[in-house]
Design a protein around this ligand. Structure first.
Ligand code: PMP
Length: 283
């Protein structure tokens, strides 16, 4: 596999970053993950807009102009011959002698881009069965709108899910409301067919899949309510699902060990999954 690292395409076995990179020292960086389908990057402009926003919020410069970044992404996908999979990009503040505050003399942000093939059939099989979710107390910082590489709470929550035979963990805030998954946005479908997800005002990352799915819902004339929901409401929901670029719409059939609906992927969830890419931009 080939990675783009600070100006060079390298075999990943030989690729390395400096041990004083602030991403390594402080998690001082951000990332993006885009889906690759048919060798094309899905919704790249939206991902790059979010990347620019994350960087701006942390006062890290763009590592290169947008157009150049697009070329690097395409080239990394091409060199790895990925037809279906993900492209990952990470930007950190750069290399400087360890000190919490920003480097006094500005350093160049570090950029890494990798691409990896995934097994589409396996993903479809997982969707056909649906996944289990557990709920865990929200313990992340309030700035989860920034797609930071600082992911320890997410790592621990996902591990707890795995140890409880579940695939994803949903964080629950101090008001008893679900915020989002450790690496996905959380959704339910009410028994009267309304699709519910929390608004981006607080507590969640503004998912690109979430944003595109809202356009799908509007086009299919499915009612959407942007509001928080509790685990108790989710247990009684007709359907539940999560969204993320690497999963698209992934049906949830179990939450905290309770079956959702009849314990099978819901029909609205599966329909949204099927329709999704009609509304994506491929480049
Ligand atoms: N929330 C969190 C915490 C995530 O890590 C992700 C996936 N990176 C998402 C939501 C979904 O975002 P997207 O649809 O842009 O992949």
């Amino acid at each position: 596999r080939i990675a783009y690292v600070n100006g060079q395409y390298r075999d990943m076995r030989d690729a390395s970053v400096n041990i004083e990179d602030r991403g390594y020292q402080f998690s001082d960086g951000v990332y993006e993950v885009c889906e690759i389908r048919g060798g094309k990057v899905v919704d790249m402009p939206r991902h790059l807009t979010r990347l620019q926003r994350s960087l701006r919020e942390l006062r890290i410069d763009m590592p290169m102009p947008l157009a150049a970044l697009e070329i690097v992404i395409h080239e990394t996908v091409r060199r790895n011959r990925v037809s279906y999979g993900i492209v990952y990009l990470q930007v950190t503040r750069g290399v400087a002698r360890r000190d919490h505050a920003f480097p006094v003399n500005p350093v160049k942000p570090a950029l890494v881009v990798t691409a990896r093939g995934l097994n589409l059939q396996k993903n479809q099989d997982t969707a056909a069965k649906g996944i289990g979710v557990i709920t865990v107390p929200e313990n992340r910082w309030p700035r989860v709108d920034i797609k930071s590489v600082s992911l320890l709470p997410n790592v621990l929550a996902k591990q707890q899910a795995r140890e409880n035979s579940a695939y994803e963990a949903w964080f629950v805030d101090h008001n008893g409301h679900v915020t989002e998954g450790s690496s996905s946005n959380a959704w339910i479908v009410t028994t009267d067919g309304k699709v519910i997800t929390r608004s981006v005002d607080s507590g969640i990352l503004a998912g690109i899949t979430r944003a595109v799915l809202m356009e799908v819902l509007a086009a299919l004339q499915i009612k959407l309510e942007e509001r928080p929901f509790t685990p108790a409401e989710a247990y009684e929901a007709a359907e539940a699902f999560v969204t993320a670029s690497s999963q698209i719409v992934m049906p949830v059939v179990r939450i905290d060990g309770r079956n959702i609906g009849d314990g099978k992927p819901g029909s609205i969830s599966m329909r949204l999954r099927e329709e999704f890419h009609r509304f994506s931009a491929f480049s």
